[in-house]
Design a protein around this ligand. Sequence first.
Ligand SMILES: Nc1ncnc2c1ncn2[C@@H]1O[C@H](COP(=O)(O)OP(=O)(O)OP(=O)(O)O)[C@@H](O)[C@H]1O
Length: 284
Amino acid sequence: LSYGLGIAYALQGALQVVLRLEIDLVSVERNLQYCEETPQEEPRSARVHNVEPAPLCDAWPDAGRLAFVDVTLRYRPELPPALRGVSFSVEAGERLGVVGRSGSGKSSLVSALLRLVEVENGAISVDGVDVRSVPLARLRAGIAVVMQDAVMFSGDLRYNLDPARACTDEALTRALRRVRLCAEADDAAEKLKEAVGEGGDNWSAGQRQLICLARAILRGAKVLVCDEATSSIDAETDGVVQGVLRERRATMLVIAHRLETILDSDRVLLMDAGAVAEEGPPAE
Ligand SMILES: Nc1ncnc2c1ncn2[C@@H]1O[C@H](COP(=O)(O)OP(=O)(O)OP(=O)(O)O)[C@@H](O)[C@H]1O
């Protein structure tokens, strides 16, 4: 009788293992399906809308001139356009502030520039090269973007500042100090070892944005796009960071809700319902 009871337990255990295995196999199958069947962007080829790939010099973009010409963008064919015939240009080293009500199309300018969504009409060029003729990986490597929701990686602070491990300790320390993540008196080497949890949840929202800004500074890209990049940073630190960014002489597209952030821009673009409503110096 006691052996019989043991067999019942063993069978129950075996059944549980089989059920668990079945659930795990479904998960593996779903992952394989995502990997194989999800439509992917093509990082190497640039051929969209029959635009031929452009020959690019190694340093592209070396000046950082941006031009939007009559750009119309729609997220899905059945939706109304998010951008309607938008035209403006930003000279090399110029700082353009972009303001407008929620939903006016500010972030869509970034989606169009980085080709997260392909434009329906018109063209965007960087240093005279149509972005549709540039391989995606190359295009996105040439433009540094800092978003409101900071992108963080699990690891340490050093990895988050320099995921490609291309920077020296001195450069990392300088960047940390410039965005005020590390005071002069602090040990920068220790700071760089500080842990970053999943999604950076052990850092405050403002600190996460500062880390992303330091990462963008370290990349040294000629075009820098900030989309509400300092919304969680206190006004004083924001002022210091803006000063640091200005020294870099990169072309900047600064999208902001806070007027102080764009007051020292060279020009301001006011977006309204997907179109450029006004454009001019901030004083106007
Ligand atoms: N992924 C998307 N899919 C469909 N429609 C979208 C998508 N993203 C934005 N839109 C639509 O495009 C329009 C412009 O949105 P966008 O995010 O560019 O505005 P915004 O000015 O940046 O707003 P906010 O200041 O709130 O960030 C809105 O009507 C919005 O509903």
